[in-house]
Design a protein around this ligand. Structure first.
Ligand SMILES: Cc1ncc(COP(=O)(O)O)c(C=O)c1O
Length: 457
């Protein structure tokens, strides 16, 4: 494919300005007119074919584990999305523009000037006591009021906390249960540890307890060793669905009965903009749930600071495994997060984020209502970053990605969020990093592509 094949036709855009709503600037149009760079074209091709392998003899040296790790379509799309001019509804990046950057810069400089010998030195493997204590306060705002700093392990983002949990509990061939759909980064982790991933369906209220119970029974009857239930109960990535209050205890009870640990991933929990807050699964179940948290969505993902709150009796193994990966979490970043939690209005910043994401979510839902073809449906999240669109049976959203890029919009095809290789009629749209006018424009472009594909069914 040549760059021109995915080039956006500027003449059409400029020739008919009425096609474009307010907020789409000349800059956007100019940027949209430029061809994609060669590496982005390559990435699209790779994402589409998933077969971009060289035959270097060193390939014979790969571990089975590494050979299992798939090319991530999401990473490819993420790279493409950085191209100015495309409306990216793909990446779930937080919108950092409202952070007090100059003040943060001064704080970071101050930390290095005053405590540089600590900030730039190795630190403890579990993370600083100050930050672990503050993390307990952050979790209290979520409804976990009994957390102790000694049971918190600070990690390089919650991605790393998932990795450590899998490493500590799973042998190759063990089973991890996940919601269908689920976070692609977790799927990649499970794949890397050669874990079998078993999906459990959700409805509008999240994971269905009866289906979970039946799935566990079937797997255990088949002699499988089921170790973990990985769940994102609040504003699931990618579906935006929230697990209903009345199901939460039921889910933990089912797992406890079957001796399965719950791995609760909650990076979006504080970003609720509708409905009432729900207590995390961990709140009433300190012995049965490993709780994963992160500063990526409520502060800044570039700092790579997340954590695990681990049941007391599992803490030592977990901490040792974490230490063996990173030696220690980055001291400077931990000190900056500590200063942020101590000296800044972090709860006020979360309020700002909530208002911002609520507005963007509303813009996306309104645009979907206006533009989507008949037969499409979508979720209506109460928080977080994502809307999940379902198209009629028979549509495969993966090949549509190329056409969408041609039309100037990027999304993530639904197949990325399940372990199966089956085509999917779903897709994920992220609204977090896109201003409302551009969301409207992106959905409009996407709707055109979908309409064509439905007409061809
Ligand atoms: C559900 C979920 N878990 C974990 C992560 C990774 O978070 P972190 O940046 O803390 O590694 C993400 C990031 O998008 C996510 O959506």
């Amino acid at each position: 494919m040549t760059p021109s094949a995915v080039q956006i036709n500027r003449c059409c855009l400029v020739g008919n300005p009425r096609l474009y709503p307010e907020g789409v600037t000349h800059e956007t149009l100019d940027a949209a007119a430029a061809p994609l760079p060669a590496e982005a074209i390559d990435a699209i091709e790779r994402a589409a074919t998933s077969a971009h392998r060289s035959a270097h003899p060193h390939e014979a040296l790969f571990s089975e584990r590494a050979a299992n790790i798939k090319q991530s379509a999401v990473r490819d799309v993420f790279d493409i999305s950085l191209r100015p001019g495309l409306v990216s509804l793909a990446g779930g990046s937080p919108y950092l523009q409202s952070l007090p950057l100059e003040r943060l810069a001064a704080t970071a400089a101050n930390i290095i000037a005053k405590d540089g010998l600590t900030a730039l030195q190795y630190g403890g493997g579990q993370g600083t006591e100050e930050l672990r204590t503050q993390i307990c306060e952050v979790m209290a705002a979520e409804g976990i009021v009994d957390a102790l700093p000694q049971n918190v392990v600070i990690t390089a983002g919650s991605q790393s906390a998932q990795d450590v949990a899998t490493k500590v509990f799973c042998n190759p061939g063990d089973v991890v249960l996940v919601e269908n759909p689920t976070y692609v980064g977790a799927l990649n982790t499970f794949e890397a540890y050669q874990v079998e991933v078993a999906t459990v369906e959700m409805d509008d209220d999240g994971l269905v307890p009866e289906l979970l119970e039946a799935r566990i029974a079937a797997l255990q009857t088949a002699g499988k060793s089921v170790k973990l239930l990985y769940t994102i109960p609040n504003f699931n990535n990618p579906s935006g669905i929230t697990l209903a209050a009345e199901r939460r205890q039921q889910i933990v009870d089912i797992c406890r009965k079957a001796n399965i640990l719950v791995l609760e991933d909650n990076p979006y929990g504080l970003l609720r903009y509708k409905g009432r807050p729900l207590a995390p699964l961990r709140a009433a179940n300190p012995a049965d749930v490993i709780y994963l948290g992160s500063f990526s969505k409520i502060f800044a993902p570039g700092l790579r600071i997340g954590w695990a709150l681990v049941p007391e009796h599992l803490q030592r193994r977990y901490y040792l495994a974490s230490e063996s990966v990173t030696l220690c979490p980055p001291a400077l970043n931990q000190m900056l997060v500590s200063a942020y939690l101590r000296d800044y209005d972090w709860k006020g910043q979360i309020e700002t984020y909530r208002g911002l994401y609520a507005e963007r979510c509303a813009a996306m839902l309104a645009a979907l209502e206006t533009h989507m073809p008949a037969g499409a449906s979508w979720t209506s999240p109460e928080g977080g970053f994502f809307v999940w669109v379902t198209l009629p049976e028979g549509v495969d959203t993966y090949p549509l990605l190329k056409q969408a890029i041609d039309a100037g919009v990027v999304f993530i095809p639904g197949a990325a969020f399940t372990p199966s290789d089956q085509p999917s009629n779903k897709l994920r749209l992220a609204f977090s990093a896109v201003p409302p006018a551009a969301i409207g424009e992106g959905v409009r472009r996407l709707a055109g592509v979908l309409r064509e594909s439905l007409a061809a069914l």
